[in-house]
Design a protein around this ligand. Structure first.
Ligand SMILES: Cc1cc2nc3c(=O)[nH]c(=O)nc-3n(C[C@H](O)[C@H](O)[C@H](O)COP(=O)(O)O)c2cc1C
Length: 217
């Protein structure tokens, strides 16, 4: 396991979409799963489950579904950057190339964690607000983040994806997901093809945090 500090791990835990087919040893995978299980959730109900997909045919089918959604997504994504500076557009093209690789190789990566949730076990305290509800996800995605940070600590690459949620009925059928459970994410996991990890580009603290009042520094 990595001896790097938690901060080093967090600051270099970027999306890794080029994954090698080499298996993840069972003990490594177990530690990663344990990290996910340590995550907090509303009322400690843990309203999530992960189907750890190892089966070749299952991953290939997930990859086929994903590819269709990814290709559609890329068309819109490219349009967003038509007028962007050259350097930014080149960065986006690199991301797209990595995404293309993931889409066409999902069947090859050793594990895809399909994250499911059950709203019956969620305290959705913003359900009555006149806007999209997000609180329920707060009992699911911390487990995904723990999983991903543990991957980083173990040298395993991964990326949080949500495009497959658009194909929930097909994924449900493929994996035999219980009717009371729904999909929140799919996290392909595997050792990075190249270096993989590196510094993440994020907004500065001053734009993300305010002091005492909205917008105040
Ligand atoms: C809610 C959510 C959904 C995402 N869905 C996808 C996805 O479907 N496919 C994908 O390749 N990346 C997906 N990502 C990864 C983001 O694109 C990535 O985290 C972001 O661009 C930052 O990239 P970086 O960590 O490499 O800096 C998703 C991330 C989040 C948090």
């Amino acid at each position: 396991m990595s001896t790097e500090s938690l901060y080093e791990l967090m600051s270099t835990q970027r999306a890794i979409r080029r994954l090698r087919p080499d298996p993840i040893p069972e003990d490594v995978l177990k530690r990663i799963m344990q990290a996910a299980a340590w995550a907090p959730s509303g009322g400690n109900r843990q309203p999530w489950r992960m189907v750890m997909v190892h089966g070749r045919d299952l991953k290939t089918r997930l990859g086929e579904l994903y590819t269709r959604r990814w290709n559609t997504f890329v068309t819109g994504y490219r349009k967003r950057f038509t007028d962007a500076p050259e350097a930014e557009r080149q960065q986006q093209e690199r991301t797209i190339a990595a995404g293309d690789y993931l889409a066409s190789h999902m069947g090859d990566c050793p594990v895809v964690a399909v994250v499911c949730f059950n709203p019956q076990f969620m305290a959705v305290t913003d359900a009555d607000q006149d806007r999209v509800s997000v609180v329920g996800g707060g009992s699911v995605y911390p487990a995904v983040q723990n999983l991903m940070l543990a991957c980083r600590a173990e040298g395993v690459g991964c990326v949080l994806t949500t495009l497959l949620c658009m194909d929930e009925p097909a994924v449900r059928e493929l994996l035999g997901i219980d009717p009371d459970w729904f999909t929140a994410a799919a996290v392909p996991m595997g050792y990075p093809v190249a270096g993989g990890y590196g510094p993440t580009a994020r907004m500065p603290l001053g734009e993300l945090f305010y002091r005492d009042a909205w917008g105040a520094s």
